[in-house]
Design a protein around this ligand. Structure first.
Ligand code: NMX
Ligand code: MLT
Length: 445
C-alpha cells in the first residue's frame, strides 16, 4: 500500500469514531434553522453539509485543512528551484490533513504518473465532437466517457462494496481519474485552438509541469499551473461544483459520474464560467471605448452600463465571502511580482478601485469585493492563453482535487444518499400565517 493510502486508512479509522459518536450521542443537537427566505433563496447560510477538507470564513477566506493559502504555498514540498508546490503533495494534504515530506509527495507523483495514460477512445470521442463545442462540454464528456474504467462501479456490480471498504474503490477511481485530467485538458486546448497538434506527456514532469508542457507553454507557466490548480481546488462543500459532485456520489454513483456533474455545474456563468466572462466583458467595453486604455470615468461608465442593463459584474460578489477573496489576492500578488506593468493587469487593478464603491451604491450585492475569477484570466492571457473559453477547464482540473477528495471521505464516513425535504408554497404560506398569528398573540412562532 502507498504511504498516502496507508496514512489515509489510519485517519479514516480514527475519524469514523468521531462521526459515530456525534451521530449516536449528539444527533439531535441543532446546528441551524431554516427560514422561508433561505428555503426560497438557495439555502444561503443553512449549515447542512459536513467536510473537513476546507473551510470558508466569510472574512478570512479559504483554509485548506486548516492552512491559509500562504501557509500551503510555504509549507508544501516543491520541485527543485520552484516557488509553487507539487499539486500531488497538495492532494496528500487535502486527503489526509498532513503536510507531506518531499519523499511522500514524490511517491504520489510517481503513483499518478503510472495512472495517467488516457484511453485512446477518449481522444477519438473528443475528435468526433463538433469543434465549436464548448471546452467545458468536451471536458465533461471526456470524464463521463471513462466511466467504464470505474473500479468502484465494478466492485458494486460484483457485490463487493460495503460501508467499510467502499472508500478504497473510490480512492482508486479518484487517483486514476485525477492523473488523466492534465492531459485531457491540454488535449482539448490543442484540439480546439492549435489545429489538433498534440504534445505527448513528459514522464519526468509533475502534474502542473506536465500540464504546462502539454499545453505548449514555456516555464514559468508550470508555476502558474501549480498555483492555479491549488487555488481553485476547494471552497468547502456548498458551492455548486462541490455540492453537485457530493450529491451525485451520494447515490453511490462513481467518481466519473460524480465529477462530470460537478464540472457541469462549474460551467455556469454565476460559478466557474465567470473567469471567461470577466475577459469577455473587459474586451467588450474596451472595444466600445476604441481599444485604448480606458479612463477612470469610462470604467465607471462601463460598470454602470452593465448594472443598468440588468447584468452582473463578473468576478465580483460571493454567496459566502464578505471581503476580497484571498485567492484573488494571491493571484494579484503574483501579478505585482511578475507582471506589474502589464496593461491588462493594470486595468483589472483599476476595476478593483472602482467596482466595490459602485456595487455599494447600486445596493444589491451583499459582497462588493472581487472573487477568484476577477483576476485569473489576466495571468493566463499574459502567458499566451488568450482563448478565454478554455479558462473554466483550468478551474475544473483544480476543482477536481477538492471535490474528489471530498467524495473519498464521503464513502469513508458512510454518508447516506442526500435527500432534503421539499415543501409547497401553500405550506410556506401556512407557516407564515402561523408566525403572524403567534406574533399578534405575543408569542414567538
Ligand atoms: N453584480 C451585480 N449584481 C450582483 C453581483 C454582481 N457582481 N453580485 C450579486 N449581485 C446581485 C444579485 O444578482 C442579487 O440581485 P437580485 O436581488 O436582483 O436577485 C443581489 O445582488 C443579491 O445577491 P447576493 O446575495 O449578494 O449574491 P448571491 O449569493 O445570490 O450570488 C454570486 C453570489 C457569486 C452568484 C453573485 O455575486 C454574482 O452573480 N457574481 C457575479 C458572477 C461571478 O463572479 N461568479 C463567480 C463566483 C465565484 N466562483 O468562481 O464561483
Ligand atoms: C468557488 O470556488 O466554488 C466559488 O467561490 C463559489 C462558492 O464558493 O460558492
Amino acid at each position: 500500500m502507498s504511504t498516502l493510502k496507508n496514512v489515509l486508512a489510519k485517519k479514516i479509522e480514527e475519524h469514523r469514531k468521531r462521526t459515530t459518536k456525534l451521530l449516536v450521542e449528539y444527533g439531535d443537537v441543532k446546528i441551524s434553522e431554516v427560514t422561508i427566505a433561505q428555503a426560497i433563496g438557495g439555502m444561503r447560510g443553512v449549515k447542512s453539509l459536513v467536510t473537513d477538507i476546507s473551510y470558508l470564513d466569510p472574512y478570512e477566506g479559504i483554509r485548506f485543512r486548516g492552512y491559509t493559502i500562504q501557509e500551503v504555498m510555504e509549507k508544501l514540498p516543491k520541485p527543485e528551484g520552484k516557488e509553487y508546490p507539487y499539486v500531488e503533495g497538495f492532494l496528500y494534504l487535502l486527503l489526509t490533513g498532513d503536510i507531506p515530506t518531499k519523499e511522500q509527495a514524490l511517491e504520489v507523483v510517481e503513483d499518478m504518473r503510472k495512472r495517467s495514460q488516457v484511453p485512446q477512445y477518449v481522444f477519438d470521442m473528443l475528435r468526433a465532437l463538433p469543434r465549436d463545442s464548448h471546452p467545458m462540454a468536451m471536458f465533461s464528456a471526456a470524464i463521463v466517457s471513462m466511466q467504464r474504467e470505474s473500479v468502484f462501479a465494478k466492485a458494486y456490480s460484483e457485490g463487493k462494496l460495503n460501508k467499510y471498504n467502499s472508500w478504497e474503490y473510490m480512492y482508486e477511481d479518484v487517483l486514476n481519474l485525477l492523473a488523466k485530467l492534465p492531459q485531457i485538458g491540454a488535449f482539448i486546448y490543442r484540439l480546439k485552438y492549435k489545429g489538433d497538434t498534440q504534445i505527448d506527456p513528459d514522464p519526468n514532469l509533475d502534474f502542473g509541469g506536465n500540464f504546462a508542457y502539454m499545453m505548449g507553454i514555456d516555464p514559468p507557466y508550470d508555476e502558474v499551473a501549480r498555483m492555479y490548480f491549488i487555488l481553485h481546488s476547494d471552497h468547502e462543500s456548498g458551492n455548486v461544483s462541490a455540492h453537485a459532485t457530493h450529491l451525485v456520489a451520494s447515490a453511490l454513483s462513481d467518481a466519473y459520474y460524480s465529477l462530470a456533474a460537478g464540472i457541469n455545474g462549474l460551467a455556469g456563468p454565476l460559478h466557474g464560467l465567470a473567469n471567461q466572462e470577466v475577459l469577455a466583458w473587459i474586451q467588450k467595453f474596451m472595444e466600445k471605448f476604441g481599444g485604448g486604455v480606458p479612463t477612470e470615468e469610462q470604467l465607471k461608465q462601463a460598470v454602470w452600463d452593465t448594472l443598468n442593463s440588468g447584468q452582473v459584474i463578473p468576478g465580483y460578489g460571493h454567496a459566502v465571502l464578505r471581503k476580497t477573496d484571498p485567492r484573488y489576492t494571491a493571484q494579484r500578488e503574483y501579478c505585482l511580482k511578475y507582471l506589474p506593468d502589464y496593461p491588462l493587469f493594470q486595468l483589472v487593478s483599476k476595476l478593483y478601485e472602482v467596482v466595490p464603491d459602485i456595487l455599494r451604491q447600486h445596493g444589491k450585492a451583499k459582497n462588493p469585493w472581487p472573487n477568484v475569477d476577477a483576476q485569473s484570466g489576466v495571468i493566463q492571457w499574459y502567458y499566451g492563453l488568450t482563448e478565454y473559453d478554455f479558462y473554466t477547464v483550468l478551474f475544473g482540473i483544480g476543482r477536481a482535487l477538492g471535490v474528489l477528495s471530498n467524495i473519498t471521505w464521503d464513502r469513508a464516513l458512510g454518508y447516506p444518499i442526500e435527500r432534503p425535504k421539499s415543501v409547497t408554497t401553500d405550506m410556506l404560506e401556512e407557516f407564515a400565517r402561523q408566525a403572524q398569528e403567534a406574533k399578534e398573540n405575543g408569542h414567538s412562532a
